[in-house]
Design a protein around this ligand. Structure first.
Ligand code: ZN
Length: 423
């Protein structure tokens, strides 16, 4: 792997932190900008960060210039590769009938009741081969990298039986091996009670706890266990039970929380969830305890947008309370078919009143915290992985501003470059 020098960067958003822990409150608004900057990466790691004129005086660089790939950024914006901390990439087909039904006025739950929704994705995954699923995942990862994403959390959760969940996680592992970025696999067996367990959710929860989690932990197929804790999915007690089983097998936990209805959060914080995601419906009295924890609240406004909701999570209340917030795409075929973190950031800005700086912090360093990878990911600092995105804009605020367009021209994933910077 050749050393890389990114030079003549107009705005370099380092996202370096002065305080430990995820960013909260006013610290969300500090992208740590260096103008006329350069970044030197060697062996897949960031080695130095500073002004271009200082980098060119570096004795190592002077001596080794011929061995270094120099990329002239021509005044463009460079930031840490996005950390998309919530995606569901293991599925076979888009849900176009659901899409049209929803346009016609059907609700999320009405679509599920009619046999659409998650159930139609389950059928697809159960019938698919591991290789064909791996191909779908890899294609999504490549598209994500084209939009500036370098780290992706990838959930199973459309198999919902032991074999299909293992197959889904194996597909993620297979795709990961062919992609230079970083993938964090999550087991989401508790996505929905599958049709064959209808009315017997307790029995399904026992299957998840006593068979699936042990099998997945043994094969090291996941780093986290996720639960869809909501009306129509899994109760708070069931969620706690699954968290306990995950902890027994030394797996981290995270949950879909408050998408459709409110659940009190206090009962879960003892399990130290890395992240609680969606958070549309939350009891404000729970925010101080959440703020005092290392649990990140991850917003996925793409789902609100695609479901045509007028209501979005109240990001300002979370930020004012001191909660660490992150942003993710929630890439999935039912409620958020987008791979684009800039789109999620644009929605955060226009619909949730997060500033461009807050949105970028939430999409980078706080996303890394939500995956417990902040020691390696989410900021541009010496010693961290060489994960960077170059955007063909002069001002970072243009990234959420030009919504629906992709201005990412080059992505570097652990020191491997993809894309093209034109002169
Ligand atoms: Zn989700």
């Amino acid at each position: 792997m050749k050393a890389i020098l990114l030079a003549d960067i107009g705005q370099l958003l380092t996202l370096r932190s002065s305080a430990p822990g995820p960013r909260r409150g006013a610290a969300l608004s500090e992208p740590g900008i260096i103008e006329d900057a350069s970044v030197l990466c060697i062996g897949g790691k960031i080695v130095s960060v500073g002004k271009t004129k200082d980098a060119l005086r570096d004795p190592w660089l002077k001596k080794n210039r011929k061995k270094v790939v120099e990329i002239d950024c021509a005044g463009r914006v460079v930031l840490p590769g996005f950390v998309d901390s919530h995606t569901h990439p293991v599925f076979t087909h888009p849900r176009l009938v659901d899409f049209e039904k929803r346009i016609g006025g059907a609700s999320y739950e009405e679509i599920t009741e009619a046999g659409g929704g998650i159930r139609s994705s389950i059928q697809g995954v159960r019938q698919a081969s591991e290789a064909s699923l791996a191909e779908k995942v890899l294609s999504a990862l490549r598209d994500m990298a084209n939009c500036g994403t370098t780290t992706v959390e990838a959930k199973s959760g459309y198999g919902l039986d032991l074999d299909s969940e293992v197959k889904s996680l194996e597909a993620i592992r297979q795709a990961t091996g062919q992609w230079p970025g970083t993938v964090v696999p999550t087991f989401l067996g508790a996505h929905l009670v599958p049709p064959e367990y209808r009315g017997r959710s307790q029995a399904y929860v026992e299957l998840v706890c006593n068979e699936m989690i042990p099998a997945i932990a043994k094969r090291k197929l996941a780093r986290f266990v996720d639960v869809f804790c909501d009306r129509g999915a899994f109760s708070a007690d069931e969620t706690a039970k699954i968290f306990r089983a995950a902890a027994e097998h030394e797996l981290g936990v995270r949950a879909h929380m408050g998408q459709l209805s409110e659940t009190r959060l206090g009962q879960f914080l003892q399990f130290r969830p890395a992240s609680l995601d969606h958070m549309d419906h939350v009891n404000e009295a729970d925010l101080p305890a959440l703020a005092a924890s290392h649990t990140v609240a991850t917003f996925v406004p793409g789902a609100n947008y695609f479901l045509g909701l007028s209501r979005y999570p109240n990001a300002r209340k979370f930020i004012a309370a001191g909660v660490a917030v992150a942003l993710a795409t929630d890439y999935n075929p039912g409620s958020s078919p987008t791979l684009s973190m800039p789109m999620a950031m644009s929605l955060a800005a226009t619909q949730m009143k997060m500033s461009p700086a807050e949105a970028i912090t939430a999409a980078t360093i706080n996303g890394a915290w939500a995956l417990r990878l902040a020691d390696r990911k989410g900021s541009i600092e010496p010693g961290k992985d060489a994960d960077l995105a170059v955007f063909d804009v002069k001002d970072y605020r243009e990234i959420p501003y030009w919504f629906g367009a992709n201005h990412c021209t080059l992505t570097i994933l652990s020191g491997i470059t993809i894309g093209f910077v034109s002169a």
